[in-house]
Design a protein around this ligand. Structure first.
Ligand code: ADP
Ligand code: MG
Length: 296
């Protein structure tokens, strides 16, 4: 039977982006760009967010594409953010159908009709989040229907650099742990929202050095998230609203309870293994992380 350490290693690599998935993402990127070009003056576009930082969990969904608007679209900046998002929604609905497109707080989601089986999608991306953006100095402004100004400033380069820095300081294990924690969260119907909050907290919570034991690292990660989920977590680039602004008191309580329960399950899995029940231990980890966690 596989050791838990090897099971975690395998799990980590199963949550890594592979070439087929990147090919599918770039095919969709080109397709969306064409649709957006028909309706808007687009200066350039790029894939960003956790997809670009390699901190996205699987199955791959909500891959962010920033479509940077040209001068002709500047007028939208003087209107409510929902006006721009509605225009993006109609453009996308022409190609994908209105039942596949939905307006979010800062983007429009396009569903590609991909259904995962046991958390696998045959290397297909399930959905994209299309984000119309205005260039501003060295960063961007994007619509945000949940803030009073209606617009959020964001600097994807700073978020990218911080993830790289954390990864290096943590012996190359930081992104893997973040992906695993996001998998736990998605598996539980997202007690922590948005999943970017996990990554932002991990910048402060996962303190180097890497301890070497995945079981202990994840157990401690659950415990520290539970301890600090009630705090206000600022945008690491210092531009946007707090990343924790969707966590009200009730959500915080719920998340804390689920994190504490997960920490206990992790402790139990470690105990089972110490008692020589490796199969039970692996199954306990799989209960936390879902079918991509190997048991055999
Ligand atoms: N409150 C915020 N302020 C500034 N930028 C943000 C904020 N929330 C998210 N972002 C940026 O927008 C990206 C896309 O957001 P989202 O799809 O929610 O996150 P992710 O792709 O990391 O899961 C994030 O990766 C981050 O770079
Ligand atoms: Mg995203």
């Amino acid at each position: 039977m596989i050791s838990t350490q090897d099971a975690f290693r395998k799990f980590r690599s199963r949550l890594e982006l592979n070439q087929k998935e990147q090919d599918d993402a770039s095919r969709r990127q080109k397709e969306i760009r064409e649709v957006m070009d028909d309706a808007f003056d687009i200066d350039h576009d790029f894939l960003t967010g956790s997809y670009r930082r390699w901190t996205k969990t699987k199955p791959l969904k909500d891959v962010d594409i920033f479509c940077v608007l040209g001068a002709k679209e500047r007028h939208y900046r003087d209107k409510p953010p929902a006006t721009l998002l509605s225009a993006v929604e109609s453009a996308l609905a022409k190609k994908y159908g209105s039942d596949k497109v939905s307006k979010q707080r800062r983007s429009c989601t396009v569903e590609f009709g991909v259904t995962p089986v046991d958390d696998r999608t045959d290397y297909k991306v399930m959905s994209f989040d299309v984000v119309p953006a205005f260039a501003k100095e060295d960063h961007y402004e994007i619509p945000d229907t949940a803030t009073s100004s209606g617009w959020t400033e964001t600097n994807p380069t700073i978020h990218f650099d911080k993830a790289v820095e954390a990864q290096e300081a943590y012996s190359g294990e930081w992104k893997g742990l973040v992906r695993m924690m996001k998998k736990w969260n998605a598996q539980r119907d997202k007690p922590i929202k948005p999943s970017f909050l996990i990554e932002v907290m991990a910048l402060e919570i996962l303190l180097p050095p890497w301890g070497g034991d995945y079981r202990r690292e994840m157990q401690a990660f659950f415990a520290s998230l539970a301890d600090r989920i009630h705090e206000t977590w600022a945008d690491p680039a210092g531009l946007g609203p707090p990343v924790s602004d969707s966590m009200d008191a009730q959500k915080v309580q719920q998340a804390r309870n689920e994190l504490r329960a997960a920490e206990r399950q992790a402790a139990e899995a470690i105990r089972l293994e110490r008692d020589g029940k490796l199969g039970d231990a692996l199954r306990a980890w799989r209960t936390l992380f879902g079918p991509l966690f190997p048991v055999g």
